[in-house]
Design a binder for this molecule. Structure first.
Ligand code: 5GP
Length: 139
């Protein structure tokens, strides 16, 4: 079974060793903007506990995390004036996971607007502008 590796990028963000455009933080979770957004306002929510994915996170921690995901998803929807929101979570490499600290994606969607291609770095100013809208919705 795969184990948690504390050298992953999200653990570094949580420890303050790497920068992130943060929109929400409390005792249990941190939400920040995806650097390769599939949509304007693409946000990630990570727990502060160490867990690799759905297979090793404690049920109580997952329960806490999904409440933060719901809280942030509501702000993403209203802040980004989205028509809908996709919540995604991937597990292990073949399951689409690239960063091995459990996280949920929140992607705002608008009627008629396609997702952006994967693997493309986002425009810094556009990411910051979306973050400001989401922070305002959370305030
Ligand atoms: P997953 O593991 O769910 O497939 O996706 C990981 C996500 O993390 C991707 O959407 C990717 O763009 C994002 N990502 C990878 N490295 C970084 C980083 O250093 N900072 C931020 N903010 N996002 C990242």
């Amino acid at each position: 079974m795969s184990v948690y590796d504390p050298a992953n990028i999200f653990a570094k963000i949580l420890r303050g060793e790497m920068p992130a455009t943060k929109v929400f933080e409390d005792d249990a979770a941190l939400a920040f903007m995806d650097i390769m957004p599939r949509a304007d306002g693409h946000t990630l929510v990570v727990p502060k506990i160490a867990a690799r994915n759905i297979f090793d996170i404690a049920p109580a921690d997952l329960s806490t995390l999904i409440q933060r995901v719901q809280h942030v998803a509501k702000a993403v929807r209203s802040g980004m004036a989205a028509d809908g929101v996709v919540v995604q979570q991937f597990n292990e490499g073949p399951g689409g996971q690239m960063v091995f600290h459990i996280h949920f994606h929140i992607l705002p969607r608008w009627t008629g607007v396609a997702l952006k291609p994967p693997g493309v770095m986002g425009d810094k100013a556009a990411i910051e502008a979306a973050a400001a809208k989401i922070r305002a919705a959370l305030a």
